[in-house]
Design a protein around this ligand. Structure first.
Ligand SMILES: [Zn+2]
Length: 283
């Protein structure tokens, strides 16, 4: 499976209760594009809206027609990133008055009239019940949606299929991210519907793999620091020795997210240097 798969179906009906329309925004960060999901039997709720690509509204409407649906009842968003809420205004033009909600948390510059979605409140679609769960780490406002009838999880960008999640410097937090993974692990989910990539049939397996991957990186970084103080580029050279050097800048961001977590846990210390990268040491 390639991450940016040009053959990824533009729409699909993965279950009785779930339809999928692709946001048509492929790329390094988004894979085949953002998945937008319609949940329910006759009056569906839409999860996420893609990036606002010009061809998305026509694709969305053709999928509605295929299902005999008139419009989405409501739009709910997993988080504030552009590739998830960029299509809100397009859809409001098509479906005037459609309510839009997300967890409003440290937000600025949202589209107008976005309502607050609380952790744990119930979102009823006909025949489907969605429970939002606050799952920060990739973004501080991030929600996953648990679909009770299927014991399935709409994971947003917490869990992807085909890549690992980015923990941005500004709004990301790897410690919170790990807690969020543990939280969804405890739900006992079956399927996962990720915001990027195909459906994950073995939800528990994927969650365990995600947790194990981060724990492995953490062990490797602590090991690299065992030989004495190191800068991030020096750590990357050791830990990502097998990885294409073009990806080392991204890898550096990932290592930094680990180091920030370890620093908060008082496992490592940071020695800043004027006009040179910080040196990190074990405590
Ligand atoms: Zn995101």
């Amino acid at each position: 499976m390639t991450w940016i798969d040009p053959g990824f179906p533009r729409s699909a009906t993965p279950s009785d209760l779930v339809g999928r329309v692709l946001g048509l925004n492929p790329g390094m960060m988004t894979g085949p594009g953002t998945n937008t999901y319609l949940v329910g039997r006759t009056r569906p709720v839409l999860i996420d809206t893609g990036a606002g690509e010009a061809d998305y509204p026509a694709l969305f409407q053709s999928y509605l027609r295929e299902r005999g649906w008139r419009r989405p009842e409501r739009i709910i968003l997993t988080h504030r990133h552009r590739d998830h809420l960029g299509g809100v205004n397009q859809l409001r033009e098509l479906f005037p008055g459609v309510p839009v909600a997300k967890m409003i948390y440290r937000d600025s510059g949202l589209p107008e009239e976005v309502e607050m979605l609380e952790n744990g409140e119930t979102v009823e679609a006909d025949g489907a019940t969605l429970i939002p769960g606050h799952t920060p780490g990739h973004a501080s406002d991030h929600l996953c949606f648990f679909l009770q009838e299927e014991r399935a999880l709409f994971s947003g960008d917490l869990i992807l299929n085909g890549s690992t999640t980015v923990i941005p410097e500004e709004d990301g937090d790897l410690g919170l991210y790990m807690e969020s993974l543990a939280r969804v692990q405890a739900l006992g989910v079956k399927r996962i519907y990720p915001a990027h990539g195909p459906v994950i049939e073995d939800g528990p397996g994927k969650i365990a793999e995600y947790i194990e991957h981060r724990l492995l990186r953490e062990r490797q970084i602590l090991e690299a620091l065992g030989g004495g103080p190191r800068t991030i580029p020096e750590i990357v050279k050791v830990v990502y020795a097998q990885v294409d050097t073009r990806l080392h800048k991204m890898a550096g961001q990932s290592v930094h997210s680990h180091l920030r977590k370890l620093k908060a846990e008082r496992q490592v210390s940071e020695e800043t240097q004027p006009s040179a990268p910080s040196r990190w040491s074990l405590l």
